[in-house]
Every structure is written in structure tokens, then in C-alpha cells.
Design a protein around this ligand. Structure first.
Ligand code: DMJ
Length: 454
């Protein structure tokens, strides 16, 4: 009898928790739709929205539809079918890469190529794959350096390359996208070029197993010896692990294992991950920031839940210091060294992965805090905007495409039921585009929604 009562109580608690999660998921959907509508109203057909001035922004003078391409899979995941159909029509009918503009290979790969590929996998729309194949071909000249590591920029029409100073993140965060393009088009060149670039960085690791944060792609020499898991290196580690998982690539598996050992040995600094000299392992700056906050998620995916949880707790302390996270924090003095917040997703991504792998309600509570902070500090009357300073809360004027592609997608997934996404067979790119090693459906948006917005 007592056992039956306990079971009933547990059921009641679970139902209440699920209802609370469902309400939070619905709030995120509403905020996403509000932001998307602002893009539709003030920046339709352009790369990004400037929410304060209610004007569009194009990265290179002509639009590459960065926001619609980057956001398409979130529109589908959140069940906004009409909006997804309109975005897809815009892309299908107007997107062209036959443009005389020099673009940044890394950004266009992760936002546009990645978005087209996940869009194709989710919809089967062949036009998206044809666009991805065309874009991939136009990006290929970047790999024509003496080392095989990509130049920073390429002209989409002429193939002219430029920019020799790159870094592990920009060199090594291409393989999920280029590899998937190979898989879908049966053209091995994409996989081979991107994999070689990743291997070239790995081969240049120091005797203690670390990489620096700037490298010359022509000479192969490091031009900065600072080693950390922040911007310029971050997603290099992420792709070593995820390439092993998505493509079952044994080289990636072994490169990941060697690298993570060195990272844990030299960069871990109490409950933080800091910066050291790549050759000696000697401590440099005690700094951690918004970009580093992807690392708890990668540690968790790599199977190290203990380190992942401890680092996420540190990242959350950083968030709580000013009610929203700064770009960079000195974790010894707990003072902000770079005060902006450009609507980054990384800490939310890590909370989602930990929520999914541990089922611990503390990560749902973290998600609620993130949502409340975003609403309190970054909402405008036309979408969400960056902060120039998390201390003064002064606003900037940009809604980066990754806010819709990543920040709100991961926030929604923290609260959504597990059945919404096949976590076992989905690998998210660094821009949160889901790629699958399986054929078939990746998302199952829950229907009907309790309170649809349209
Ligand atoms: C995104 O474009 C990607 O997540 C990238 O890997 C790092 N920076 C932004 C978001 O902060």
C-alpha cells in the first residue's frame, strides 16, 4: 500500500515537472517566433537583422541568406512549418553563390554549408543539396596552400584565395560539413581535403601535445603559442571527437584521445580551464569566457561527466556574476576582462548535453535562468540583440544568425521531451546543425502544441 502511494507521489512529481518543462519549452518557442518575425519584417532576404535600428545587415554587400539558411532546421525542429516553408522557398528560388565576393571559409562553412546540409537531411529537398555541392566546390580552392591547411578567405566567383594567418578552429572545424557533403554527393574530395587540414594541425602539436592559437598556413609555423580551449582553438577539439562519432573515423578517435589527455593535464586549473604556453605548459592568463563554455559539453560527450559537471558549475558562476556572461573573465580575481555578450550559445549547449546525459534537473533550472536573463537584458521590440557590456547592460545592434541557429535551439532542447530528437544518432555541428549517421527522421516535433503562436 505504502509502495503504491510512493509510486503515485513520484508520478505526480514527474507530471508536475514535465508540465513545468513544457511551459518553458513553449516560452522559448514564443521567443524564437518573435525573433524570426522581426527578421521577416525588417531584414527579409538579407543576412542578418539589426534589431535596434530595425535595419538589415549583409556581410559582404550582397546577401548569402545567412539567417534563413542557418535557422531553417530550428524552424523545423520547433514546428514552425509555414515559416520553414517560406524560408526554404526563399533559399530555393533566390540563393546563388555565383558572386564576386571574398568570403570567410570557416564562417560560411559552419553557417551556410552546415545549414544547407542539415536542411537537406531533414527535408529531402534536392535543391538544398545542389546548393551545398555548388558552395563546396567554390570553397575548395582554400585548401591549395603548401601545407593543405585552408587559407582564410576565398572569392566565390574567381576562386582567388587570401589570408595566411589562421588557427586550429578555422582549419579544423570543416570536416563534419565537408565529410557529410562527400557522403551525400559521393565525391570523396571534400572529406579528403578537410580531413587533411585537421591532421596537419594535429601533426604540428607540441612535444607536450598542445596546439597554439595562430598558425601560418603557408609555412606551417605557429605564430602564437597560447594554448587554451577558447576562441581560435575551441571547435578543433570538438571536431576531433565528433568526426570519430559521425564517421567512425579511427584517426579522429586516436587524435581526440591523445589531445584530450594533454588538455586535461595542462589546461585544467582547479575548476577552470585556462591558458598555457603550448611548448612548456607554463601558465599564462587565468582567463575563461563565453566561447570556452562549449567545453563541458564536449567533455560530457567524450564520457568525462565528472570534469564536465565541475566545469559547467564554473561557467554558471561566470554567468551569475553579472546576471549574464561576459566574453572573458579573469577567474582568479573574478573580474571581467572583456565585457560584451554577443548572444552566444555555448554555455546553453553544454547545459543541454549535460541535461540529456545525466537527467539532472539542475540543468533545467540553469536553462530557466538563461532564458530569464536573455529576456531581461537582450530583448528589444524587434528581436534580440547583443550586449556591449554585461556590466552596464548597454545594448549593441545585431541579432547574429547563430542566436536562432544555436542559442534558442539548445535552450528549447533543454526543456523539450527527449523524444523530440534522436540524441543517439545525431551529431550537432559547431553551429548546432544536426547531422545524422542514420537514414530517416532526426526530429519528431511534439504535436499538437498546447498554444501555437500562429
Ligand atoms: C558560432 O558561430 C559557432 O558556435 C562557432 O563555433 C563559435 N562561435 C559562434 C557562437 O558563439
Amino acid at each position: 500500500m505504502r509502495r503504491a502511494a510512493a509510486a503515485l507521489l513520484l508520478l505526480l512529481i514527474a507530471t508536475t515537472l514535465n508540465a513545468a518543462d513544457a511551459r518553458l519549452a513553449e516560452r522559448v518557442r514564443a521567443e524564437f517566433l518573435f525573433s524570426w518575425r522581426a527578421y521577416e519584417q525588417y531584414a527579409w532576404g538579407h543576412d542578418e537583422l539589426r534589431p535596434l535600428s530595425k535595419t538589415p545587415r549583409d556581410w559582404y554587400g550582397q546577401s548569402l541568406l545567412i539567417t534563413p539558411v542557418d535557422s531553417l532546421d530550428t524552424l523545423i525542429l520547433l514546428g514552425f512549418d509555414d515559416e520553414a516553408a517560406r524560408a526554404r522557398k526563399l533559399i530555393d528560388e533566390t540563393l546563388s553563390f555565383d558572386k564576386d565576393i571574398s568570403v570567410k571559409n570557416f564562417e560560411i562553412t559552419i553557417r551556410v554549408l552546415g545549414g544547407l546540409l542539415s536542411g537537406y537531411e531533414l527535408t529531402g529537398d534536392k535543391r538544398l543539396l545542389d546548393l551545398a555541392d555548388d558552395l563546396g566546390t567554390r570553397l575548395l580552392p582554400v585548401f591549395n596552400s603548401p601545407t593543405g591547411m585552408p587559407y582564410v578567405n576565398v572569392n566565390l566567383k574567381t576562386g582567388k584565395i587570401s589570408g595566411t594567418k589562421s588557427n586550429p578552429a578555422e582549419v579544423g572545424t570543416l570536416l563534419l560539413e565537408f565529410g557529410t557533403l562527400s557522403k551525400l554527393t559521393h565525391k570523396p574530395i571534400y572529406y579528403d581535403k578537410a580531413k587533411n587540414a585537421l591532421v596537419q594541425i594535429y601533426r604540428r602539436r607540441s612535444k607536450v601535445g598542445l596546439v597554439g592559437d595562430e598558425i601560418d598556413v603557408e609555412t606551417g609555423e605557429w605564430t602564437s603559442r597560447a594554448s587554451h580551449v577558447g576562441g581560435a582553438i575551441d571547435s578543433y577539439y570538438e571536431y576531433l571527437l565528433k568526426c570519430a562519432r559521425l564517421f567512425h573515423d579511427r584517426d579522429c578517435e586516436s587524435m581526440w584521445k591523445t589531445s584530450i589527455r594533454a588538455v586535461n593535464k595542462y589546461l585544467a586549473d582547479g575548476p577552470w580551464y585556462g591558458e598555457v604556453d603550448m611548448e612548456t605548459g607554463k601558465r599564462m592568463a587565468p582567463e575563461f569566457g563565453a566561447l570556452h563554455a562549449f567545453f563541458p559539453g564536449v567533455l560530457a560527450l567524450g564520457g568525462d561527466l565528472a570534469r564536465a559537471k565541475a566545469l559547467q558549475a564554473s561557467a554558471f558562476r561566470m554567468w551569475q556574476l553579472h546576471g549574464i556572461e561576459p566574453e572573458v573573465l579573469n577567474y582568479k580575481t573574478m573580474t571581467v576582462t572583456s565585457p560584451g555578450y554577443p548572444l552566444r550559445p555555448e554555455i546553453i549547449e553544454s547545459a543541454y548535453i549535460l541535461r540529456r546525459l545525466t537527467n539532472d534537473p539542475q540543468y533545467v533550472e540553469m536553462g530557466r535562468v538563461f532564458l530569464d536573463s536573455l529576456v531581461a537584458h537582450c530583448r528589444t521590440d524587434a528581436g534580440y540583440t547583443t550586449l556591449k557590456s554585461v556590466v552596464t547592460k548597454e545594448k549593441g545592434d545585431l541579432m547574429p544568425s547563430y542566436f536562432l541557429a544555436e542559442t534558442l535551439k539548445y535552450l528549447y532542447l533543454i526543456f523539450a521531451p527527449d523524444s523530440v530528437l534522436d540524441f543517439r544518432h545525431v551529431i550537432f555541428t559547431t553551429e548546432a546543425h544536426p547531422l545524422t549517421s542514420q537514414r530517416g527522421q532526426v526530429f519528431t516535433p511534439p504535436r499538437p502544441y498546447p498554444s501555437r503562436q500562429h
